[in-house]
Design a protein around this ligand. Structure first.
Ligand code: UFG
Length: 329
């Protein structure tokens, strides 16, 4: 299939582009490079540095490249910033997506794969999370993703759009050959910060909160390898043939890992200590978030290749070790 990957120069999008090529599909990347990195996309892949607001241009790309399906990864994803500047998030995550969907419908492209998040669940009372649990986001970032999920349901009914929305847990790791990986600016995610601290490239890591109701007092998260996430996006293609199909899947390994366990994994993999200090809680962090991904496993035959934190961190280490400044020259 010819697949337009919107946000294909970003962290998850760029890994998905590689997996699409490996699976015999033809990816085409659209990325405005606000957060994406041109070097994350191989030269052979057609690349358009367009903005979604430019519907004329996006429509032209859809037609010229004979696109069958669109994957949409482009979004702002800093939870804290979404609280202080929600307008930016509603414009970029909701309004831009509506521009894209209008272009698609206008060009007769009716298959869509959407990058959603476990942040749409808010602070759930029960764990692990299943797809049918109530969604009550506690920040504008999660709300914008839920707003798009709801728009998609209505568009499926009204216009016959077929879509799958994947609710990611904590995307982590890097391509196995270490050639592409995670590079955010600013970086706020635990694994890259811990690795950089171990390399002496950043100040000691701050452990945000040690008094949570968890076994070691630090937050539990479900770290899932970025290539495993990508493979689910491709496995769903066959399910989107019927017009009006709407699918939602959690993507996680189902294994909760604490902040201190991540630090230990980084220490073991790198054979370096991770200098760290114990700090107060970070606002808005739920104590525990982990997935029940049975639905993706049974319906899509999705099996993770990286089930444990050490194997995920090992791939991240290969990327960071060989690219200490990420994609920056
Ligand atoms: N953490 C630290 N120190 C740091 C950074 C993180 O202790 O310097 C802790 C956090 O408090 C949290 C865990 O490490 O407990 C993971 O934090 P990340 O920032 O790596 O990831 P989050 O779980 O906060 O965020 C992820 C995605 C978001 C998404 C969110 C849903 O990156 O896009 O899950 O809750 F919104």
């Amino acid at each position: 299939m010819n697949v337009l990957v919107v946000g294909g120069a970003g962290y998850i999008g760029s890994h998905c582009v590689r997996q699409l090529t490996a699976a015999g599909h033809q990816p085409v990347v659209l990325d405005n490079l606000v957060f994406g990195h041109r070097a994350a996309v191989d030269d052979e892949v057609p690349f358009y540095p367009a903005n979604l607001g430019n519907e004329k241009e996006v429509g032209k790309i859809l037609r010229k490249e004979k696109i069958d399906l669109v994957m949409h990864f482009a979004a702002y994803a800093y939870v804290g910033e979404s609280v202080t500047d929600p307008l930016k998030y509603y414009f970029n995550n909701v309004a831009s997506t509506l521009h894209l969907l209008r272009c698609m419908l206008g060009s007769g492209v009716k298959k869509f794969v959407f990058s959603s998040t476990c942040a749409t669940y808010g602070e759930p009372e029960k764990m692990p999370l299943v797809e049918t649990m109530p969604q009550a986001p506690i920040n504008p970032y999660g709300q914008t993703k839920l707003d798009v999920e709801n728009a998609l349901k209505a568009f499926a009914r009204a216009y016959g759009l077929s879509f799958a929305a994947f609710r990611y847990f904590n995307a982590a790791g890097a391509a196995e050959d270490g050639s592409i990986g995670e590079h955010h600016d600013p970086e706020t995610h635990l694994i890259p910060l811990a690795i950089d601290a171990a390399q002496g490239l950043r100040p000691p890591l701050q452990v945000f909160g040690t008094d949570y109701p968890t076994p070691d007092g630090t937050c539990l998260r479900d770290y899932v390898h970025v290539d495993d996430l990508s493979r689910a996006h491709i496995a769903v293609f066959d399910k989107l043939a019927e017009p009006g199909t709407g699918l939602f899947y959690n993507l996680g390994t189902g294994t909760p890992t604490s902040v201190l366990e991540v630090i230990r994994a980084v220490e073991e993999v790198t054979s370096k200590p991770v200098p760290h200090t114990l700090a107060p809680r970070r606002a808005g962090d739920p104590p525990a978030l982990y997935a029940d991904a049975t639905k993706a496993q049974t319906e899509l035959g999705w099996q993770v290749k990286f089930p444990d934190i050490k194997s995920i961190v090992a791939t991240a280490w290969e990327w960071h070790r060989t690219h200490p400044t990420g994609f920056a020259k």
